[in-house]
Design a protein around this ligand. Structure first.
Ligand code: SF4
Length: 705
């Protein structure tokens, strides 16, 4: 129970940021809003610095509370000036009409985000396919989760980040974290790891950086960036060689192992040591521990997945987990640690270029017919799958590309790879509309900026990293002049003559349930009342007839069968390929990017937080002492990093936490310190994930502190 004053109201909701969706109570009334953590299963009373400071932004002086339009319509060199919703929406609708009349339906595009609620993500996908009838929609989760999602779908028939509750991690005897750093990205989750360590569990972290998570682990493997696949194949080679494969499980629950056994035959330990830098004895130690543990968990995250071969890398770790009989075994399994707050739900309900709600596929006739019936449209009128996120952005303003773009909850000018090229493409648009809380780097380029409601001002649902659907509850009214994105989409659809768009979240959620019914991500049995009563509900949760008990939801997947047609998991043989860019004489080092504790994603919100700015005011380039010595760089010197795409400057942090040949920079900033001005947009052929984690870089000292 949270004490509240006589004129205040306390509402239980969840943190606006990452996929842990920590429970918190917000008290609003005749004083600035305050918050306290709640004892929710994922955070158990904890919050990180980001969560503790989330309420600071609700009444931030830079908060947008009026629509902005260009003083001279069509002239983006003219200033953005305050306007009315009527005028702003008039301009958006006029631009949509003019563009589609001149260039066709697909010339209007939509770009969404993993921070949208399930209802908003669903409505955005429907808006694109029904109100605009465009194929051009994708979202920023393509830059985050798409490789793991593709690997899981290929092997297990279903993509749910963790196929088990997070609390299972506490009970595992061995946990292997690959490219995951929860101590910085989601600190309350560390409680679950800590509980395991106190019981004597072995935790292994695979990461080129000695992160806070790696320092706390029993074992840290430090492979060169881009070699995780070779390491996983090497571990499986050792498992085969030492007779550690769970042959009974492989025979009963999987298909395709013979091809994988053959594929890993060439990954003998000393070759893997040469490729990855991980010593042979460490490889053996890890695979033996994993194989002998009663309960063992393998988790991958962005470090393993954001590569040109990200899908195959996640697959290699899945192959290892399957060979050791982990997925579906009580207390064991493979999972991926989702990043964004609604990264999971955001990829289930139709924002993706190739997907319809409930993970239905836009290319599948039966799936099209089901969703078209819910939407009251002809299946033949639904567009075909469109371009993936980077491909959509890279074609902006071109013949055959999008010329009018609507962006919700995404700051691609900072978060996209090769970000300056993306900014140039955004400038090529005929018209750009952005809905956001603040004037982000993307919103600065827009013709129209629409001020949107923040987390504590809106209602809806989010799906956390465990597949648990939770309620985002409205704790206070938005400032006058601010609208929820659900309202925005309903009003735009009405102006475009498309009926059937509600602004009421519960109505939209019920429709989402019908659209997802029978799909793999089935929400049809979930209601707001059930979520309230049960601390969230795990999907799939199909509706049942009135005279039958309600479906309990599914905290643990794959206990009896996998979601493939024959119920068996599929091994997929994969091979190491070199990263798209290799160091050479011009760019002699390896650059990798990632996150820091006190910032979130593109930083649109967290860079404006006073308390977080005290912790992480500017980005720093981490450089190993040996490399720093060779280049004449001291701690706090200003260094310029140059890649084939651009240059950016950072203060140097000389630290032996990074691999001697690797430079690390966080990606939360834009401008002259934009990490993504440097990154490589080479795409994974399956997931279309850019190669954020590896490129070749030159490092030069340009000045003192
Ligand atoms: Fe929890 Fe993530 Fe919010 Fe931190 S950012 S409080 S870990 S939900």
């Amino acid at each position: 129970a949270v004490p509240a004053g006589p004129r205040t109201r306390t509402t239980e909701t969840h943190c606006p940021y990452c996929s842990l969706q920590c429970g918190m109570a917000v008290t609003a009334g005749d004083r600035p809003p305050t918050l306290v953590p709640l004892d929710f299963p994922t955070n158990r009373g904890g919050l990180c610095a980001k969560g503790w400071s989330a309420h600071e932004l609700l009444d931030h002086p830079e908060r947008l509370t009026r629509p902005l339009v260009r003083a001279v319509p069509g002239d983006r060199t003219s200033p953005l000036v305050e306007s009315t919703w009527t005028e702003a929406l008039d301009r958006v609708v006029a631009a949509i009409g003019a563009t589609q009349a001149r260039h066709g339906r697909d010339a209007v595009g939509c770009f969404g985000g993993g921070g949208l609620t399930n209802e908003q993500a669903y409505a955005f996908g429907k808006f694109a396919r029904v109100a605009l009838r465009t194929s051009a929609i994708d979202y920023n989760g393509r830059f985050c989760m798409s490789s793991a999602a593709a690997a899981a779908t290929r092997a297990l028939g279903l993509d749910r980040g963790l196929p088990f509750p997070l609390a299972d991690v506490a009970g595992a005897d061995v946990v292997v974290l690959v490219g995951s750093n929860p101590a910085d990205t989601m600190p309350p989750a560390v409680q679950h790891l800590q509980a395991g360590r106190e019981r004597g569990a072995l935790h292994v972290v695979v990461d080129p950086r000695r992160t806070a998570t790696a320092r706390a682990a029993g074992l840290h493997l430090q492979p060169l960036p881009g070699t995780d696949l070779a390491l996983a194949n090497g571990l499986l080679h050792t498992a085969v060689a030492e007779g550690l494969v769970d042959e009974a499980y492989v025979a009963a629950r999987t298909t395709g192992f013979a091809a994988v056994r053959e594929a890993v035959a060439g990954y003998w330990p000393d070759r893997v040591e040469r490729l990855t830098g991980v010593p042979v004895d460490r490889q053996r130690q890890v695979v033996r521990a994993l194989a002998r543990a009663e309960k063992a968990v393998v988790l991958t995250a962005r470090g393993a997945e954001q590569h040109r071969s990200g899908t195959d890398t996640a697959t290699a770790w899945l192959n290892l987990a399957l060979a050791l009989g982990l997925p579906g075994r009580p207390g064991s399994g493979w999972g991926t640690v989702t990043g964004q707050g609604n990264g999971q739900g955001g990829r289930e309900h139709g924002q993706k270029a190739d997907q319809l709600p409930g993970y239905r596929r836009l290319a599948d006739p039966a799936d099209r017919a089901h969703v078209a019936a819910v939407w009251g449209v002809d299946p033949d009128d639904l567009p075909r799958p469109g371009r993936s996120a980077f491909e959509l952005l890279d074609a902006l303003g071109t013949d055959g590309g999008v010329r009018t773009l609507l962006v919700l909850a995404s700051n691609v000018a900072v978060s996209a790879p090769d970000a300056r090229r993306v900014v140039s493409r955004l400038r090529d648009l005929d018209f750009l509309a952005v809905s956001d809380f603040f004037l982000s780097e993307t919103a600065e380029l827009a013709d129209v900026v629409l001020p949107s409601a923040m987390w504590a001002e809106e209602s809806g649902t989010m799906t956390n990293l465990e597949g648990r659907v939770v309620r985002r509850r409205r704790a206070l009214d938005p400032p006058e002049g601010v609208r929820d994105d659900l309202q925005l989409l309903a009003e735009l659809a009405e102006r475009l003559g498309a009926p059937g768009f509600s602004a009421d979240p519960e109505t939209v959620f019920a429709e989402l349930g019908r659209a997802s019914a029978g799909g793999t991500a089935d929400y049809s049995g979930i209601t707001y009342d059930r979520i309230d009563a049960e601390q969230g509900v795990f999907w799939p949760c199909p509706a049942t007839p009135d005279d039958e008990p309600a479906h309990p939801g599914t905290p643990r997947l794959f206990t009896e069968r996998f979601a493939t047609p024959d119920g068996r998991a599929r091994f997929v043989p994969v091979h190491h390929v070199d990263a798209h860019e290799q160091p050479d004489a011009g760019y002699p080092h390896v650059l990798t990017t990632g996150r820091v504790l006190a910032q979130y994603q593109s930083g649109t919100q967290t860079r404006r937080s006073r308390s977080l700015a005290l912790v992480a005011p500017t980005p720093r380039a981490e450089i190993h002492p040996d490399l720093a010595r060779r280049l004449g760089i001291a701690h706090d010197d200003v260094v310029e990093l140059a890649t084939r795409r651009g240059r950016a400057r950072f203060a140097a942090a000389v630290t032996d936490a990074v691999h001697p040949d690797v430079v690390f920079v966080p990606f939360h900033w834009g401008g002259g310190s934009s990490a993504n001005a440097l990154t490589d947009p080479a795409l994974d052929p399956v997931s279309r994930m850019p190669a954020f984690k590896v490129c070749a870089v030159a490092v030069t000292r340009v000045g003192g502190p």
